[in-house]
Design a protein around this ligand. Structure first.
Ligand code: ATP
Ligand code: FE2
Length: 326
């Protein structure tokens, strides 16, 4: 049977990317460019300008790397939700323009869902419990009755942002996650609060407590070690309960914080004890990119949404609002 070839386009936030992927799990290209600022955070309008300016070049490069002309592309997918509205609009406009010009079908997909489903492209996992830990997000998710259900999540900031906030206050610079991991290797344990509420986690109070201890003279190394041990133990505890509840036999770690070796070690030990296979999405694909958008386009196209030209953007569509039909 002929291969299905999808050009996927990502542009929900800071990164604009284009990638060509086939339904045989071949990643033919993966081109990305990130909008960055000298100081402070992302300015949505500026990021959208970045996307509009670079889109054509990035798409051309993705096709070139894949050694294909646009005529050989079967479908175009793009991330229609959730994200920053100006970025979503810029990306949608480019995709519609491209699809019209070359008479291609468009599949609009959910960015967060694509982070999850692409786990089966990047690893051997199938239907795992998802542990999604990035800067902004901390969620424990499972596919139950055709929906990605959020079983537990942070009640305040994401795990990565909590580490970054603590790091900034002890002068480690941004992002602090990797630096905290390094310093922790030389640290000793100091007791910090431990906050789990039901299946949810709260990090902010612990950050405040650790900063206070730093001001009173506790050593950086000890605090880095202790904050990691505390955060990761909390996460591991909730993941273990979610595994017991869902009876999933696999777990998959996703997101920027998945780079942390100590976190991987703790989850790995717990999974082994429960006879659960543990997977980690390779770092290269843990951030935003268009490969996952291509893969999601293929899944949805093959499942049913063949003629669904859904190009409506939605800046806040939740992971559990998407019906899993693939
Ligand atoms: P999204 O918006 O998709 O949720 P994001 O931009 O918030 O993504 P990522 O790019 O996935 O976040 O991850 C960045 C975060 O990962 C930062 O907070 C950073 O400190 C953290 N991080 C990176 N490496 C490590 C590490 N080795 N240990 C702990 N945290 C890490
Ligand atoms: Fe993302």
């Amino acid at each position: 049977m002929k291969k299905l070839i999808c050009l996927g386009i990502e542009g929900t936030a800071h990164t604009f990317g284009a990638a060509v992927v086939t339904d045989k799990k071949e990643i033919l290209s993966d081109v990305r460019d990130m909008y960055t600022t000298e100081h402070g955070g992302i300015i949505p309008i500026e990021a959208a300008k970045h996307h509009r300016k670079l889109a054509d070049g990035i798409v051309d490069k993705a096709l070139k790397e894949a050694n294909l002309s646009i005529n050989e592309i079967d479908i175009i997918s793009f991330s229609r939700a959730p994200g920053l509205a100006p970025c979503l609009l810029a990306t949608r406009d480019k995709v519609v323009e491209l699809a019209k010009k070359h008479n291609k079908k468009i599949i609009g997909v959910n960015h967060a869902v694509s982070h999850l489903t692409s786990g089966s492209l990047f690893t051997e996992s199938k239907d795992p419990l998802y542990i999604y830990v990035s800067g902004a997000n901390t969620q424990i998710i499972a596919l139950i009755d055709k929906r990605f259900r959020i079983l537990g999540e942070t009640l305040d900031v994401g795990l990565g942002n909590a580490l970054d906030k603590f790091g900034r206050r002890i002068n480690l610079g941004f992002p602090s996650g990797p630096k905290i991991e390094e310093l922790a290797k030389k640290g000793k344990y100091i007791e910090l609060p431990y906050t789990i509420k039901g299946m949810d986690l709260a990090f902010s109070g612990i950050v405040t407590d650790a900063i206070n201890k730093f001001k009173k003279g506790s050593k950086k190394e000890d605090l880095c070690y202790s904050i990691q041990e505390t955060f990761f133990a909390m996460l591991t505890e909730v993941v273990e309960r979610a595994l017991a509840f869902t009876e999933k036999k696999q777990a998959l770690l996703i997101g920027g914080v998945a780079a942390n070796k100590r976190l991987i070690e703790m989850l790995n030990i717990m999974c082994k004890e429960r006879n659960v296979e543990f997977y980690v999405v390779p770092l290269k694909y843990s951030g935003d990119q268009a490969v996952m958008i291509s893969w999601q386009g293929i899944l949805e196209y093959n499942a049913k949404r063949k003629d669904n030209l859904n190009v409506d953007i939605d800046d806040s569509e939740r992971t559990d609002e998407v019906e899993v039909i693939w």
